[in-house]
Design a protein around this ligand. Structure first.
Ligand SMILES: [Zn+2]
Ligand SMILES: [Zn+2]
Length: 177
């Protein structure tokens, strides 16, 4: 399998991370059912590394999703193809799990340690090879700032892994495949 990933570095120290850390499937499990959670790249102040963090829908998105849910009759939409978050959420099975998560009114957490001391990393839309793009994020443990760089293509064998969490974002289990 060949894929391109983005590495994250610091201008002042040898801190390193990359987008491969968000690879895999991430699920919330609740009352015997699951819902695929959205994750994004982040910096965890407790883990001191680049990690996958939860991405929770905002209030406006949830309101639109609930309204669409009432009349939605089609198949669950694919995340990659559906640009509208609300429509995507409204089409998914076990939408009630997402509702249960939102009812907790909690902060998104680090998907490695479960703590919410995180900074979201917004990746630039496009990164050319050999160009370092500032991320507008200070590295909390030194005077440097974080920057992103394309890794170019790399052949790597990554086994798809499924990570399961409870609705509080606490890690439950990992399954290969
Ligand atoms: Zn640093
Ligand atoms: Zn963490």
């Amino acid at each position: 399998m060949s894929m391109t990933f983005i590495s994250i570095g610091c201008t002042d120290c040898d801190f390193r991370g990359d987008t491969l850390t968000t690879f895999g499937r991430y699920l919330w499990q609740h009352e015997g059912n699951v819902f695929q959670l959205e994750r994004q790249l982040g910096l965890c102040l407790d883990c001191n590394k680049v990690v996958a963090v939860e991405r929770l829908p905002d209030r406006e998105t949830m309101e639109r999703a609930r309204a669409m849910r009432l009349t939605y009759k089609g198949q669950p939409l694919l995340r990659l193809l559906e640009k509208d978050d609300a429509k995507y959420y409204a089409s998914q099975e076990h939408f009630e799990i997402l509702e249960a998560v939102c009812e907790l009114e909690r902060m998104p957490v680090c998907l490695e340690c479960g703590n919410s001391a995180i900074r979201k990393i917004e990746l630039p839309k496009q990164i050319d090879n050999d160009t370092k793009v500032p991320l507008g994020l200070k590295h909390p443990w030194c005077a440097g700032t974080l920057q992103a760089q394309s890794s170019g293509g790399l052949r790597i064998g990554l086994n798809p892994i499924t990570y399961t969490y409870d609705i509080h974002g606490r890690f439950l289990s990992t399954v290969n495949g």
